[in-house]
Write a protein that binds this ligand. Structure first.
Ligand code: PRX
Length: 573
């Protein structure tokens, strides 16, 4: 394996003063002492993230700085407490109970965060949905979770097939203009204005459900990854040692709360640590992002490789227009972080970009680069204290340094998923080696204990850091009248990591054309989500299939990349 030379840069002053010492002497039990429930056993993560600060000298500190093209607002911890209390009361009034699933489907806004904490405060389980989801994606998730209530906007409600969702009893609309809403539909603003700012928090068990994120595998529909209140322990401590959050930090995580990064590190870690959290709505543009960093004096910035590559592409002229001297610490997640991006970051921001590795299922950061540690560009870094990572073969034997294999984590850890909603078989697949979680990523370890990401073992696509299941895209494609069969793969791309490429066999009577490609692409965009739409389409007479009729994506990928196709003995003639 290729080995990179360590980047010769001074290490930073870090909350974590020595990685090795801490790793060797770490105990999660000690971390629990930071929480009010350490002695009572009564837990609520929303209380720990918001109310605890509102009841301390941080009461009037700004917790949330929200801005987009039309709004700019700030909320203190006290205000966040009050607004989320009100929303908890709104939910109680309409009959929402502990354990109910309440989904939130809207663009970033302060109301989204009030809702999220209100849901958690009454012991219900929050399910954030990415605002770009179209009808099929929304339906699958609300159907599977049997969500009883949905917080959304009048515009996005058009994508919710309410009549097909028998479990969905209540709709709460943010920004509804009509006076007379349908039965079981409520105006967020109206209900909030009359709700009490005092709330009896539902104290739950640390293993009770808190949040669900749907994520894609290589087969089947997206799965509901279920996380519990206990995850706060890991959100808090990784916030301290990986994000390196300190009392006066202004923190910005660019991820949308529809994805796990936007909640674990866009909500819980910063607020559990009492930081000021910047949320910027709207779309990516280099000017807008640099403007956000400058305007709010962001000190800690968590983003993703595709974004850094786009910023790199935007060039020095743009960055030179802004004063980014407030930046102290930069991090990345979601895809491999190229060494050249780290080098560019060092030249441009005078800071190293720290790679972190984790997954929706892991709930929090497991492997990462710490400011106090020497960095090897291209490596994901080392396991967080309390986490044991290993490289294993399929039988569960640990492999020696430099051998590539399954990246595995010793189970459990505080923020580990506790189930896949209504799918125990899927859950068990992750733990097929007793005592270990098998991530689905392949990696190797070097002799100094650094981990190096090599790829996915399954067919999951990672496009711009967004995880897309080929099955979900294929299912949508075959709904198009012209499409007989479809196979979808990830194709390497210098900016987006991978792009989605679809191979399509047409039905009789349809002819390949550029217009048809465009039509199929927009069909997926409108039906599923823009980020799930194939950027490339190639028509084929026939697709490679197994004798049992499964499309062989592996062969499609080999064709695309000019690689050997491997064993074809199961292929249909
Ligand atoms: O393949 C790995 C890749 O993203 C997958 C997890 O995706 P998701 O559940 O959407 O969570 C993304 C953010 C937590 C992983 O299985 N991935 C994540 N971080 C890295 C990465 N690949 C390479 N390097 C990383 N640092």
């Amino acid at each position: 394996m290729k080995q990179m030379q360590p980047l010769k840069v001074m290490t930073q002053d870090n909350n974590l003063s020595s990685y090795e010492d801490t790793y060797n002497n770490f105990d999660w039990k000690e971390v629990e002492k930071a929480f009010s429930w350490y002695e009572t056993g009564k837990v609520n993560a929303a209380y720990e993230a918001i109310d605890r600060h509102a009841e301390s000298e941080r009461r009037d500190k700004v917790a949330l700085i929200y801005s987009d093209a039309n709004r700019e607002e700030q909320y203190t911890f006290e205000k966040m407490k009050e607004q989320s209390n009100r929303f908890g009361n709104v939910l109680r009034k309409i009959g929402i109970q502990k354990g109910d699933r309440v989904f939130v489907f809207m663009p970033r806004s302060p109301e989204l965060y009030f809702s999220l904490f209100g849901i958690i405060k009454i012991g219900a389980i929050v399910g954030p949905l990415f605002e770009a989801f179209m009808e099929a994606a929304v339906r699958d998730r609300l159907e599977d979770s049997e969500a009883v209530a949905l917080v959304t906007t009048p515009q996005l409600l058009e994508r919710v097939p309410v009549d097909e969702l028998p479990a969905l009893k209540h709709i709460i609309l943010v920004g509804a203009e009509e006076e007379n809403l349908k039965e079981n539909t409520y105006s967020f603003e109206k209900e909030m204005s009359t709700a009490s700012p005092e709330l009896d928090i539902e104290w739950v068990d640390r293993e009770d459900g808190m949040i669900m994120h749907y994520t894609s595998g290589s087969t089947g529909k997206p799965k509901g990854v279920f996380h519990v209140h206990n995850a706060m322990i890991q959100h808090y401590q990784t916030g301290k040692w990986v994000l390196d959050l300190k009392g006066d930090d202004i923190y910005w995580c660019t991820a949308d709360p529809g994805w796990v990064t936007g909640t674990s590190y866009g909500v819980f870690a910063p607020w559990l640590n009492g930081a000021t959290n910047v949320i910027r709505g709207g779309r990516f543009s280099p000017e807008d992002w640099y403007g956000t960093l400058e305007k709010y004096g962001v000190t800690v910035w968590y983003s993703a490789p595709t974004a850094f590559r786009m910023l790199m592409g935007a060039g020095a002229d743009v960055v030179n227009k802004f004063d980014l001297s407030s930046l102290r610490h930069i991090l990345s997640v979601g895809e491999p972080l190229n060494p050249e991006v780290i080098r560019w970051g060092l030249e441009t921001y005078n800071r190293r970009i720290h790679d972190t590795w984790w997954m929706t299922e892991t709930g929090g950061i497991l492997i990462s680069n710490y400011p106090c540690m020497k960095m090897k560009p291209g490596s994901m870094g080392k396991p967080f204290p309390g986490i044991k990572a290993a490289i294993m073969d399929d039988q569960g034997n640990e492999l020696p340094p430099y051998q590539m294999g399954n990246l595995a984590i010793q189970a459990p850890w505080p923020s580990m998923m506790r189930k896949i909603w209504k799918n125990e078989a899927k859950y068990k697949e992750y733990f097929r080696i007793p005592g270990w979680y098998i991530s689905g990523d392949s990696a190797y370890r070097d002799e100094e204990g650094y981990f190096w990401f090599q790829g996915r073992i399954d067919d999951v696509i990672n496009t711009s850091g967004e995880r897309v299941g080929p099955f979900e895209v294929e299912s949508k494609l075959v709904e198009h009248p012209a499409v007989a069969e479809a196979g979808v793969i990830g194709k390497p791309d210098p900016v987006r990591g991978e792009i989605i490429k679809a191979f399509i066999a047409l039905r009789d009577g349809y002819k390949p054309s550029d217009e048809l490609k465009e039509e199929i692409r927009s069909f997926v965009k409108k039906g599923l989500a823009a980020h799930a739409s194939p950027r490339e389409i190639e028509f084929k007479e026939k697709l490679p299939k197994t004798r049992s009729g499964k499309i062989m994506r592996r062969v499609l990928k080999a064709w695309e990349l000019d690689l050997p196709t491997g064993d074809l003995s199961t292929m249909e003639n």
